[in-house]
Design a protein around this ligand. Structure first.
Ligand code: XMP
Length: 524
């Protein structure tokens, strides 16, 4: 019998903090299912969701404003434990008759809070002990603070600048912290979340990769029955995990289409085929479409136009391959939970940042398929854990993101096969050396860029007049901002010398030291 992994769950109310998704990830890491929903959600949804506990997120607003987000009485009517974080704490204070005021200055950064009273949330955790008192190292980020607690609440932590840094009403099972347990700078943050979901809400750790896989397999089988499923396999993490999962669930009923657009990394196509078709026995159709893509890109140098052409041609090829298959009823997609939250938030008109880049390969709405989206409930780190549990190699599951238009946006201006071949070789050398020096996983994304300008060099006794390649490596959490990676000089020197010596069409290698913003990660 499969375990009902959704039977115990936490509801996370989003007041608009940039850290709300992190709260979700921490709860899941503690092995408990959770959903993130907007604060102004319908009472019936709250009731039907029937959570074992509620976490109120932080948020950018001030409770003093007339239209400030508030706590729905339906949440309190659930009569389950509540944890308020930052704005969530202020909203609780306001709701129960306490007082919130603006701080003299916005507090942002590390703080050491003193534990004032033992309680089930802190439950014996301590980073420092001094003169009989215990302290926690935490991350603060707030403008307002609670200056008077509501009746029935006890002070459980304080700092000099926020004398009421945490409060609790243990009889009501309501806890509130001014700091952010969800960010890793709060050293014991994960334990604190675990104390809440396990100790206070009484949830077990049902949300494990193995249980998620069993559940996904049962759900897929129930949805698909004996019908056929089609999947666009790109070799990226999400579609690879979907392929592995569907193959495990329905075997031969799955057919994957892998579109080789000629803009992939060195040996990428062969590697994908070997991994899925040869090793795992997945049915994969490889559509070799290099000539078609390069033909359509001829003479085009505008980046957005190139993106459009590559995206549309992908759909064309995919459609053609799909049409050749008989009786396919379902289309599988690697939609993940952050996509679901973002599109829900944008429907609600919330001020969430929407990425300007969507995966090329977004298929038209009018395709006559029903969707299978087995990763819809998962964060990216959960997708990776699932991939490992399904037996996919570590290097595939933890690889850097690769843009849908591929090398098409890494060859500046017009795309030509000659350029793509040079770039593939340079990029492969860079990747090889990054791995050898143990730097690949210390960067978030790294690649080579082809510059269609020639520069002079001297090799041996001869003059060389050849292309320029730039290397790019960045560190980032969210890809919205990024810092150029401070790779060691020795590593850069080795990559540069190998590229110039091994590729006769390259005379010069540069390293991109632009951060985002104002530069973007890709060059186009
Ligand atoms: P930028 O260049 O905007 O990139 O700093 C941020 C992240 O998005 C990726 N990227 C794309 N991904 N289609 C994609 O699927 C695209 O057209 C595209 N353009 C950029 C980029 O590689 C980085 O991870």
């Amino acid at each position: 019998m499969t375990i009902d992994i959704h039977s115990q769950k936490i509801l996370i109310i989003d007041f608009g903090s940039q850290y709300t998704q992190l709260i979700g990830r921490r709860v899941r890491e503690a092995g408990v299912y959770c959903e993130i929903l907007p604060w102004d959600l319908d009472d019936n949804v709250i009731k039907d969701f029937a959570p074992s506990g509620v976490i109120l997120s932080g948020g950018p607003e001030s409770v003093a404003f007339d239209d400030a987000p508030t706590i729905s009485p339906a949440l309190l009517a659930l009569d389950v434990p509540i944890l308020g974080i930052c704005y969530g704490m202020q909203a609780l204070a306001e709701h129960f008759g306490g007082k919130v005021e603006p701080s003299a200055k916005h507090e942002f950064g590390f703080a050491r809070v003193a534990i004032e009273k033992d309680n089930a949330l802190f439950n014996g955790i301590s980073d420092h002990a001094e003169s009989g008192k215990n302290y926690l190292d935490v991350w603060m980020s707030h403008g307002d603070k609670v200056v008077a607690m509501p009746e029935g609440f006890d002070l459980i932590a304080s700092t000099e600048s926020a004398p009421i840094a945490a409060m609790a009403s243990e009889s009501k099972k309501i806890y509130a912290v001014q700091f952010h347990p969800e960010v890793t700078h709060t050293l014991q943050g994960q334990r604190l979340i675990e104390h809440f979901v396990h100790g206070i809400c009484g949830c077990d750790s049902l949300w494990t990769p193995e249980n998620i896989i069993d559940d996904a397999i049962a759900t897929i089988r129930e949805q698909v029955k004996d019908q056929k499923v089609l999947l666009g396999l790109s070799g990226g993490v999400d579609s690879s995990v979907v392929a592995a999962l569907l193959h495990k669930a329905i075997g031969d009923q799955l057919t994957c289409v892998f579109v080789d657009n000629g803009l992939l990394r060195l040996n990428e196509g062969d590697n994908v085929m070997q991994m899925f078709s040869d090793n795992m026995g997945v049915k994969v159709i490889r559509a070799d479409s290099e000539a078609l893509f390069l033909g359509k890109l001829e003479g085009v140098s505008d980046p957005e136009q190139k993106r459009k052409i590559i995206g549309n041609t992908f759909i064309e090829v995919f459609d053609d391959e799909a049409a050749k298959l008989k009786d396919v009823k379902f289309l599988a997609q690697g939609t993940i939970y952050p996509d679901v939250i973002e599109s829900a938030a944008s429907k609600h008109g919330k001020a969430h940042v929407i990425k300007s880049h969507h995966n090329v390969g977004g298929l038209p709405d009018d395709m006559a398929f029903e969707l299978v989206e087995p990763l819809r409930e998962l964060f990216k780190d959960e997708v990776r854990k699932l991939g490992l549990a399904l037996g996919l190699p570590y290097d595939m599951v933890y690889r850097h993101p690769f843009p849908g238009p591929g090398l098409g946006v890494r060859i500046l201006g017009e795309v030509k096969k000659e350029y793509a071949d040079v770039l593939r070789q340079a990029d492969a050398i860079f990747m090889e050396e990054l791995h050898a020096a143990d730097w690949y996983h210390k960067t978030s994304q790294a690649f080579a860029v082809f510059l269609p300008v020639k520069s002079v060099g001297v090799v041996g006794d001869g003059r060389r007049y050849a292309w320029v390649v730039s290397l790019r490596a960045v560190e980032t959490i969210d890809f919205m901002t990024a810092r150029w990676a401070h790779l060691p000089y020795e590593l850069l020197e080795k990559v540069s010398s190998r590229i110039i010596n091994e590729i006769s069409d390259v005379s010069r290698v540069t390293y991109d030291i632009s951060s985002k913003p104002p530069a973007t990660i890709e060059w186009e």
